[in-house]
Write a protein that binds this ligand. Structure first.
Ligand code: 4AD
Length: 453
């Protein structure tokens, strides 16, 4: 038969088809529906065509038969075309998606597609170039769904504890985490930066709103390509007033335990699909409390006792004041096997705002939360709350305090002991979903040499 000659029309004598999203289709068993979606896959067998439809809320198999498979559009139909399928929902326990199928009685092509020119085996660079298409895959879209739910769970956590959310600017004229990772730009005639952290702005809101949080983009001109460094990342930051160091440690621990529990409650199955070992994470953060605590000095000792080197090539050992970087940090966590609160970093390693320990002025009330497979996911500290000490901090770091007048004012107008933290959302996801890197947790990763798509 000449395919071009076959045309199809909707049978108007059938009951009106109700338009619905895929996730709701089980409510329509035996009823006629109309479903818009992308053809995740198209498979043909004799006079049948099997379309796995995808609309972001789920997947369902639509079955076309007879004349519906003989139009030119049907013959040319390829993966990723958009269609609208009309038909009846039938229950079939063998069906892979939701135990139902859509028996089509009519369909329309909305947008054709040549198929998907990318597969999961493509090399990392190609996958990043084609990330806009990779997102259509089941794995990548699962990662983004979990990311969306995780973000919601962080918000739920904060609101349940009466924090207020704020949206600080990301174009700034002050640094937070040292000059070496600042992106500089021209803001009209003035010099400005992309923010490294919203911490300082959060601190200014404590007297106004009490405990506050934000979920904002932070930027780091990281000149290294590691599995956990991005040039732009989503930074979940919070600040609390009238707390001490012990409160802060419990706050970060509670954050991880509570958010992880919430995420599993909302989408445990999806997480297990991405990471079959995910239940171990839930167990360790909810049952192994309090989290293991190690001082910075103990971590240095641990590395040196376990042949974890500062430089594996020269087998150089760590000494006090050295940064335990990416690889050795992960080696350490692999041996320890559970999250660690690494506390009390030397003053010389920390920014101007870090508060000194009362019993040792060379150390600070700081904590990094480290997890297996990733290393640091949270950086946190109590903040200097004394005016004079803050000015000394700026001096120590060689920072001109002039542009920090609004920050310094917090120490003049009713100062208080306070502290907070920043968590990298992509690093949390890398851990939860056991991703090979933070790139897979990111919509469109920004890395050294990559600012597209
Ligand atoms: O340890 P950091 O630099 O701490 C701060 O920025 C503090 N001012 C936060 C605060 O106290 N409000 O960064 C905090 C977290 C890290 O633990 C890490 O999870 C993430 O931000 N992070 C990055 N994530 C991806 N790519 C990068 N280049 C990152 N740099 C930091």
């Amino acid at each position: 038969r000449d395919a071009a000659a076959v045309t199809i029309e909707e049978d108007k004598s059938l009951p009106t088809a109700e338009r619905t999203k895929i996730f709701k289709l089980r409510d329509f068993i035996g009823k006629r529906v109309k479903v818009y979606g992308w053809c995740h896959t198209v498979r043909r067998q004799a006079t049948l065509a099997f379309l796995i439809l995808r609309d972001g809320t789920g997947f369902v198999q639509a079955i076309l038969s007879g004349r519906l498979t003989q139009t030119l559009n049907a013959i040319n139909l390829k993966d990723e075309s958009t269609v609208c399928v009309y038909g009846t929902i039938v229950e079939d326990e063998r069906a892979a998606h939701m135990g139902i199928e859509l028996q089509a009685d009519y369909w329309e092509l909305m947008g054709e597609s040549p198929g998907l020119p990318i597969n999961q085996d493509a090399n990392v660079d190609t996958q990043l170039d084609e990330r806009h298409l990779v997102h259509r895959g089941q794995k990548a879209s699962a990662h983004m769904k979990v990311r969306s739910i995780v973000t919601q769970c962080f918000r739920d956590h904060f609101f349940s504890k009466h924090y207020h959310e704020v949206c600080p600017p990301t174009l700034v004229q002050t640094q937070v985490e040292g000059g070496s990772t600042l992106f500089q730009l021209k803001f009209f005639d003035e010099d400005a930066f992309l923010t490294q952290s919203s911490q300082l702005y959060l601190e200014t809101m404590l007297p106004s709103l009490g405990d506050v949080f934000c979920i904002a983009q932070s930027y780091r001109a990281e000149k290294s390509l590691t599995q956990r460094h991005l040039a732009e990342y989503t930074h979940i930051e919070a600040e609390r007033a009238f707390i001490d160091f012990e409160d802060l440690l419990q706050t970060v621990e509670e954050l991880i335990a509570d958010v992880t529990q919430r995420v599993f409650d909302k989408c445990g199955d999806l997480i297990r699909l991405c990471n079959p070992e995910a239940d171990k994470i839930l167990e360790v953060v909810t049952k192994n409390r309090p989290f293991k605590r190690m001082t910075y000095a103990e971590c240095i000792k641990f590395c040196n006792e376990h042949n974890i080197y500062k430089d594996p090539k020269t087998e150089e050992h760590f000494k006090h004041g050295d940064d335990i970087t990416d690889a050795p940090e992960r080696q350490m966590l692999q041996i320890i096997g559970v999250p660690v609160l690494m506390i009390k970093f030397p003053l010389e390693m920390k920014a101007f705002y870090a508060k000194k320990c009362a019993d040792d002025l060379e150390l600070t009330e700081t904590v990094d939360v480290l997890v297996p497979g990733v290393g640091e996911i949270i950086g946190s500290s109590m903040r200097v709350d004394n005016y004079q000490e803050l000015l000394e901090g700026f001096e120590r770091e060689g920072i001109d305090p002039k542009s920090y007048y609004w920050y310094i004012d917090q120490r003049k107008f009713g100062t208080t002991s306070h502290g907070g933290y920043g968590l990298g959302l992509e690093r949390y996801l890398m851990w939860l979903l056991k991703l090979p890197s933070v790139k897979q947790a990111c919509l469109y990763p920004r890395l050294m040499y990559r600012c597209k798509p």
